[in-house]
Design a protein around this ligand. Structure first.
Ligand code: HQG
Length: 199
């Protein structure tokens, strides 16, 4: 049984499945999958002990559905959020008319001048609804929601992908397709200074 807080196990899994599998000597296949037995064994050897039941508990209770199980239940991968190279094998699809990106207010000037970039991750993350975008933005400081003119981007040839957990992904969003949401806060209070990976 996992000795710590279950959210710590979730963060550990995000760390190895999105960013640093080699930190515990784990190998992901090109689509980001790894064997659950291997993950448990290598984690244990590296000092993080948890059971298959603990792992399934994290997968099932993750409100963001961060992790996906293979249909045979033997493998696991992060649904999105990678900084390492994986080919998730998602098909490009037509996005809704608009998508949303939640960010910290102090990043907005930079984003509106140079566009939305994936920073440390492989793709930009977009949400289908403003409430989710608000939660994403709050992770970095005082949130501002940006509206992405997604269908117009799509019409111009930009590709959009829908991750296993409902997060929309695209390589970048040029500034011309971005505008602050009218419902977004414009307060200037901020807490963080630089975008950084929290998971
Ligand atoms: C910002 C969470 C300045 C961008 C969430 C963001 C998501 C710029 C930060 C997932 C910029 C990167 C990803 C520019 C982008 N100038 N700042 N030109 N372009 N940025 O964490 O989208 O809990 O890598 O606005 O729910 O915040 O981990 O991306 O603020 O789905 O499962 O650079 O992570 O999911 O930060 O979050 P991140 P994100 P989990």
């Amino acid at each position: 049984m996992f000795a710590g807080d279950i959210s710590k196990l979730s963060k550990f899994l995000s760390f190895v499945l999105r960013h640093k599998p080699d930190a515990i000597g784990l190998t992901l296949d090109p689509q980001g999958w790894t064997s659950i037995d291997d993950l448990i064994g290598k984690s244990d050897a590296a000092g993080t002990r948890f059971s298959r039941e603990d792992l399934l508990h994290v997968v099932e209770t993750s409100e963001k559905k961060r992790f996906t199980l293979s249909t045979d239940g033997q493998r696991i991968r992060a649904a999105q959020g990678h900084s390492i190279d994986v080919e998730l094998g998602l098909s490009a699809r037509e996005p809704p008319n608009v998508l949303y990106h939640g960010t910290a207010t102090q990043f907005v000037d930079s984003i509106l001048s140079e566009g939305l970039k994936p920073q440390a991750r492989k793709q930009v993350h977009l949400s289908a609804d403003e409430a989710t975008a608000h939660r994403v933005g709050q992770r970095h400081g005082k949130p501002t929601i940006l509206v992405v003119d997604a269908l117009r981007m799509h019409a111009k040839g930009f590709l959009f992908f829908l991750a296993d957990n409902g997060v929309w992904l695209t390589d970048q969003v040029p500034a011309e397709f971005l505008a602050p949401s009218p419902s977004s806060t414009t307060d200037s209070a901020t807490t963080s200074t630089q975008p950084k990976l929290s998971r």
